[in-house]
Write a protein that binds this ligand. Structure first.
Ligand code: MN
Length: 209
């Protein structure tokens, strides 16, 4: 647990606040996810938007009981500004680590089985997911998530919410805030989501299932 480090220097009590959350490192090159996510979009989305959520959250929880909670529990138990920023941190940490260059295709194994059991085919799932992305009004997220018994669902989360709030396990999320695509796609949200399929690392998604 990250607690402030205190020590005495001469007659002064020095406290070094340790930041609980850090900005995740991206496991790919800035231009590796083009065209779905351009280097310019990535630099703002990761380096400005996500960094802002990290810094704001650290400031909000410092010295409070919320600083002791694991991130998912923090999202489930908080509200207001802490919930908004913690939710966005959880969302983006999952989002940025589910993509890789030259991936795409289909999942396999029990994740594919569960998708087919629910929607009939992978293509039917993709259509349903795209529909969730394009009908979400305003800012938010579409998620593929799992119930405790393994059944899959697609949820539409407003603003910074995450399926953990409903007791679901988040597997794959698409950010439909305009900051996620507007520099390259402007109003064409559906085109952006369709291009994302080419960079989904289904092995990562399956590992969350
Ligand atoms: Mn975002």
């Amino acid at each position: 647990m990250c607690l402030p480090t205190s020590y005495r220097f001469n007659h002064l009590q020095i406290t070094i606040p340790l930041m609980k959350y850090e900005l995740i490192q991206l496991p790919y090159e800035p231009n590796a996810l083009e065209p779905a996510i351009s280097a310019e979009t990535l630099s703002f989305h990761h380096g400005k938007h996500l960094a802002g959520y990290v810094n704001t959250l650290n400031g909000l929880i410092e010295g409070t009981e919320y600083a002791e909670l694991p991130l998912e529990e923090l999202v489930r138990k908080s509200e207001g500004p802490i919930f908004n920023n913690a939710g966005q941190l959880l969302n983006h940490n999952l989002y940025f680590t589910q993509f890789a260059p030259n991936k795409g295709g289909q999942p396999s194994g029990k994740l594919l089985d569960a998708i087919v059991a629910k929607w009939g085919s992978f293509e039917a799932f993709q259509q349903e997911f795209l529909n969730a992305c394009t009908t979400l009004f305003g800012s938010g997220w579409a998620w593929l998530a799992a119930k405790e018994d393994g059944e899959l669902v697609i949820t539409k989360e407003p603003n910074g919410s995450n399926p953990v709030v409903q007791g679901l396990r988040p597997l794959f999320g698409v950010d439909v805030w305009e900051h996620a695509y507007y520099l390259s796609y402007q109003n064409r949200r559906a085109d952006h989501v369709k291009d994302l399929w080419a960079i989904v690392d289904w092995d990562v998604v399956a590992s969350r299932y």
